[in-house]
Design a protein around this ligand. Structure first.
Ligand SMILES: Cc1cc2nc3c(=O)[nH]c(=O)nc-3n(C[C@H](O)[C@H](O)[C@H](O)COP(=O)(O)OP(=O)(O)OC[C@H]3O[C@@H](n4cnc5c(N)ncnc54)[C@H](O)[C@@H]3O)c2cc1C
Length: 444
């Protein structure tokens, strides 16, 4: 299932990948679990959250087993756009309306996450092309610009390290008018980051099993039993770090996450002078404040990578998937609108991955059942947040008091509101964005 060597040519000759465009999958795997094991803590899922939790617990003396259905890094962790950001998901005005009192705590959590992950990269000496450039939420219309100005005020009022910037002065491409500059974080190669974490994990004392899908977790009075096709793990406690895939596990709280498929496209290399001539003179990641965001970033390979706009839901099992033509065509259309002088630049590669959306738009951590915990759902913002959340949960299980940042996202009960995202609502959001773009073009 996870042999993804075959990938096909799709829209306009773009090569589609069922894995990530950032890195090749590992040449060999950790063993599959066969037989029975006991341990202190079993971690299910080897993305940023699971690896970070396992490493922290091992550092603190726990006997840890990590079980991963593909290979560590298979999920969103090696596929994402590489924005290490101190932002929460969701429009700040909406968050302020929903969580006025909690917002400063949530902002502190997200800011600490960015700083933690930056520090983790340095501490583990992971070569992932990290550039501490910060990121900009940049408007493409006067209406969006007014909104970003207001958002900058809300965020600063709640303690975020951001400022409002004018596009041209700041070095954004001409079609971006300005927006919220998030000083913390920057850009990296998430494939190198995830596989670098995997290397550290494999060299650590954590017993790691790959191609080992957890089918069930059964809690009992003094622990939990984790079942995989070839065996079982008896653990005192279990961490679910299964993110978008949590829906497939019966033990995960019902309605906790909605898996959403998100796609990325990368161009052929662009002459740096041509890129600078668009006005993009400052190397910084750009995200638009549309209902469904667009993102544009330079890569160390001299290419431009862009994504999101059109999202897909998963009626059935998540499985292995490539981007679809309609989404790639729409993303390329968006790239041409934002970078008209680069309309001859060919898109070369596309891939995608599952993000875990929650109905609160906030990440979630808590206890799913006795001795079974979860750290999940960073709503497409987990590059910084997932390693932090996994580590905070690990510290809690190792006996620390609840950290204030963990408390900010902790769920007292594993109950979740019905999901708001569905294929029709995502299509409606995309349509609203395109109408807004069209109106702006007409007025310009
Ligand atoms: C296209 C895309 C772009 C994104 N861009 C950004 C970005 O720029 N910045 C940002 O902050 N975030 C971004 N994200 C989100 C970010 O990648 C995720 O939030 C983050 O990787 C989540 O990490 P995780 O460890 O929780 O989950 P994952 O990386 O998804 O890991 C979960 C792991 O659990 C394993 N698993 C699941 N079920 C089981 C089971 N039953 N048994 C065993 N193993 C199991 C999976 O195989 C997987 O490896 C993006 C995501 C995508 C897909």
């Amino acid at each position: 299932m996870y042999d993804v060597a075959a990938s096909g040519a799709g829209f306009a000759g773009v090569t589609y990948s069922a894995f990530s465009g950032w890195a090749d999958r590992p040449g060999d795997f950790a063993p599959m679990l066969e037989g029975e094991l006991t341990c202190d803590i079993a971690v299910v899922g080897g993305g940023y959250a699971g690896i970070a939790a396992a490493l922290r617990l091992a550092e603190r003396g726990a006997d840890v087993v990590l079980l991963e259905s593909g290979f560590c890094g298979w999920g969103g962790s090696s596929r994402n756009a590489g924005y290490l950001s101190n932002a929460l998901a969701g429009d700040p005005q909406l968050l302020n309306m929903l969580y006025a009192r909690r917002l400063p705590h949530l902002i502190r959590y997200a800011d600490s996450a960015a700083r933690f992950t930056e520090e983790l990269i340095g501490r583990l000496a992971i070569d992932c092309d990290y550039e501490p450039t910060g990121n900009v939420i940049a408007a493409v219309s006067p209406g969006q610009l007014r909104r970003t100005r207001r958002n900058a005020e809300i965020l600063r009022g709640a303690g975020a390290d951001v400022e409002f910037v004018e596009g041209r002065d700041f070095g954004l491409p001409q079609t971006f008018l300005g927006g919220v500059f998030e000083r913390a974080g920057g850009l990296l190669n998430p494939g190198k980051f995830a596989l670098g974490l995997r290397e550290v994990l494999l060299a650590s004392g954590v017993r790691t099993y790959e191609r080992t899908t957890v089918r069930a977790v059964e809690p009992h009075a003094t622990g939990a039993v984790v079942s995989v096709p070839g065996g079982r793990v008896r653990a005192e406690r279990v961490i679910l770090a299964t993110n978008a895939y949590s829906r497939d596990l019966a033990i995960a709280p019902k309605r906790m996450v909605t898996p959403i498929w998100t796609s990325l496209v990368e161009t052929e290399p662009v002459d740096p002078e041509r890129l600078a001539a668009t006005g993009w003179t400052r190397r910084v990641g750009i995200i638009t404040p549309h209902t469904i965001l667009e993102n544009y970033r330079p890569t160390p390979r001299g290419t431009v990578m862009f994504g999101t706009r059109r999202l897909r839901t998963a009626p059935g099992a998540l499985g292995v998937r490539e981007p679809d033509d309609a989404v790639v065509a729409d993303l390329v259309r968006g790239f041409h609108e934002r970078f008209p002088s680069l309309s001859d630049i060919a898109p070369q590669r596309a891939w995608g991955g599952w993000i875990a959306m929650t109905s609160s738009l906030l990440p979630v951590a808590g206890e799913a059942a006795k001795n079974v915990f979860y750290a999940i759902g960073c709503n497409g913002h987990g590059l910084a947040q997932s390693p932090y959340l996994g580590t905070l949960l690990a510290d809690r299980l190792a006996g620390d008091r609840m950290h204030d940042d963990l408390a900010a996202v902790w769920r007292a009960r594993p109950r979740f509101a019905p999901p708001v995202l569905s294929a029709p609502t995502l299509h409606a959001a995309w349509t609203v964005d395109r109408i807004a773009d069209r109106l702006h073009r007409r007025r310009a």
